[in-house]
Design a protein around this ligand. Sequence first.
Ligand code: TMP
Length: 242
Amino acid sequence: MNNKYELIYEGKAKKVFTHDDLDKVIIEFKDDATAFNALKKAKFEGKGKLNCLISARIFELLMKNNIPTHFLELKNQNTMIAKKIKVIPLEIVLRNYAYGSLCKQTTFKPGTLLAKPLIDIYLKDDALNDPLITKDRIELMNIISSENLNLILDLTLKINEILKKFFQNIHLKLVDFKLEFGYDFKKNILLADEISPDNCRLWDLNQKNDIIVSLDKDRFRNDLGGLIEAYSEIHRRINNFI
Ligand code: TMP
């Protein structure tokens, strides 16, 4: 990155830099992958570029459907310009099917279709290992007003409807995904972070039997191999469709 821009924040998968305009930031997607709160780490050449391009496409799709997001434009293949936001320290997970931590913490069998979308909220705090949190705890910790929390939950359900249909069209099952939101300068709530195979579970529907073929970060989490091939396939299907 051109050194006239200052690094504001470095996360596990992205770096955020200043922009000439004070209300914008430059987000660089890294090739690093982490799992289990960074207990497991690796680098996959080309992952940053794929996640950046996939996220840009998904943000554009959501904005066309009246979802407010921080995305402004691609700067290059692994860098995007976004509105500067103040991050709300919550990770909103929506699950259509039971998998991952839900199956470890409940008696749901992996792959079960849930009777309705389930929203699990986690506190975004690495030191505490991003614990599952309740609405009452959120209120008592003064993280967000209940009105704004309801707005976020409502947006999450709408995003699910848009993404579910979109991924179905490209023969992918949207099992679950994680969202993050923030406030812009005017205190509007915007969808932030990224939407990519790093934070969505996507299963291939082009399979003859009912076997699960993950085209997402579970390839790394569960040592399945072929992560770049899977992300490239998602990118290819999105580009061929839009
Ligand atoms: P989980 O089953 O491990 O709780 O994950 C649910 C979804 O959230 C899955 O699509 C992966 C995503 N996720 C993240 O994006 N970041 C995280 O730190 C975790 C734990 C999950």
